[in-house]
Design a binder for this molecule. Structure first.
Ligand SMILES: Nc1nc2c(ncn2[C@@H]2O[C@H](COP(=O)(O)OP(=O)(O)OP(=O)(O)O)[C@@H](O)[C@H]2O)c(=O)[nH]1
Ligand SMILES: [Mg+2]
Length: 379
């Protein structure tokens, strides 16, 4: 491993005047050695397929590097250590392959191959023009027979109709059954299958498949980290020693706000989906019920959809809507420092959906902690 080439931005030596310079040299060399031993996850895919979005989702780094369209974003390979300072895993984000043969990106392949302990191939689920990519994966496997390969099939909603939403709970396990899961649009099943068939000829163990949709909150496709749990499970499976030490707490309230409440509130506002308790009745499939049930599950409260929603609405009561005011809302959203969203965020449906999310966070958070939620806090 010592002759492996390395990429930026992790400097091999500390910058002048840094705190690290003042440490004893042997401490520093031990640290460098630990850094160098953390396994490398190599992200490979065409440009704008979602590689950097995966790094950002797991590490919280590289958010500024996520692209906004079809322009190639990541211009050179970068190695991200995670967690910073005491890395147990490193992400090698390589330049995206262009649609036409790309000499420059090809130059990155050899050093990446030498470094990788796990290959994560990223393909947009509706892209079948992936012959060159499959060829590179096959070639890599010829060199490293044992290298585990995960194929992330991203941007699932590209195969959805206007009314379709992500099936919940996440139904995919990477087997052929994925192609006919209840609740998935037929077009998605066909696309998943067509891509997997292209990877089937690769030598050695079959790749592990991971359908996912990592969106920016303002896209309003909820949840914004669809498939993240499955990604963690696959890391557990392929890198069992490190995954345990990496997993972020899925019940962290701030994470729930950005990954669950914000996208659902945006989606509800865009569809002008009036909350069911206001419209009257207890329909089982409103956007707000999906939001509440997801929060309950994330916080570790078991129960089926109807049971959790009914319980929550009962606890909320009419007083919630009677006393609802919007002034706190702007503060909550501003706290997230998203720097976007005006019209949608200002709408009443957004505000009330957000408030329902906050209430669910409190209610199920208290329950999960073994406390009795206080009704007056909800009103
Ligand atoms: N809907 C959806 N959008 C995604 C997904 N992954 C990435 N995107 C979006 O696609 C665009 C490109 O994402 P990046 O993560 O920058 O893609 P990349 O593969 O790193 O791109 P390059 O650096 O150009 O090679 C961004 O607008 C992302 O928000 C996904 O799973 N679903
Ligand atoms: Mg990128």
């Amino acid at each position: 491993m010592s002759d492996r080439k390395t990429f930026g931005p992790e400097p091999a030596l500390p910058p002048p005047n840094s705190h690290a310079m003042s440490q004893a040299p042997d401490t520093e060399s031990v640290r460098n050695q630990v850094d160098a031993e953390a396994p490398v996850l190599w992200l490979l895919g065409k440009t704008q397929s979602g590689k950097t979005s995966i790094v950002a989702e797991i590490t919280g780094q590289a958010r500024d590097e996520v692209g906004r369209g079809y322009r190639p974003m990541t211009r050179e390979s970068r190695l991200y250590s995670y967690p910073v300072g005491q890395p147990v895993l490193r992400f090698l984000d390589t330049r995206g392959l262009a649609d036409s043969v790309d000499e420059d990106a090809a130059g990155d392949l050899e050093p990446a191959r030498e470094q990788a302990h796990l290959l994560l191939v990223v393909v947009r689920v509706d892209d079948l023009d992936i012959g060159e990519l499959v060829h590179i994966v096959a070639d890599t496997r010829r060199h490293s027979r044992q290298l585990p390969v995960i194929v992330a099939q991203s941007c699932l909603h590209h195969c959805y109709g206007a009314q379709d939403r992500h099936p919940q709970p996440y139904p995919f396990d990477g087997s052929d059954e994925d192609l006919r899961r209840a609740g998935i649009p037929e077009a998605l099943g066909r696309a998943l299958f067509a891509q997997r068939r292209m990877f089937a000829a690769i030598r050695g163990e079959s790749p592990l498949y991971l359908p996912l949709d990592f969106t920016r909150p303002e896209q309003g496709i909820a949840p914004a980290d669809y498939g993240a749990e499955r990604l963690w499970d696959l890391l557990d499976q392929t890198l069992p020693k490190v995954a345990d030490r990496l997993r972020r707490n899925p019940s962290d309230p701030q994470l729930i706000r950005t990954k669950v409440i914000l996208p659902w509130a945006t989606a509800a506002a865009a569809a002008n989906a009036v909350p069911v308790p206001v419209a009257g009745g207890l329909a089982s499939a409103s956007m707000q019920s999906a939001l509440v049930v997801q929060i309950a599950h994330r916080l570790g409260c078991a129960g089926d959809w109807r049971q959790l929603w009914t319980e929550f609405i009962g606890a909320l009561g009419a007083g919630f809507f009677a006393s609802f005011g919007g002034s706190w809302l702007a503060q909550q959203v501003l706290k997230l420092e998203l720097g976007w969203g005006t019209a949608v965020v200002a709408s009443w449906t957004f505000a009330v959906t957000w408030a329902i999310g906050e209430a669910a966070l409190y209610y199920f958070g208290e329950k999960a902690a073994g406390h009795r939620p206080e009704p007056q806090v909800l009103h």
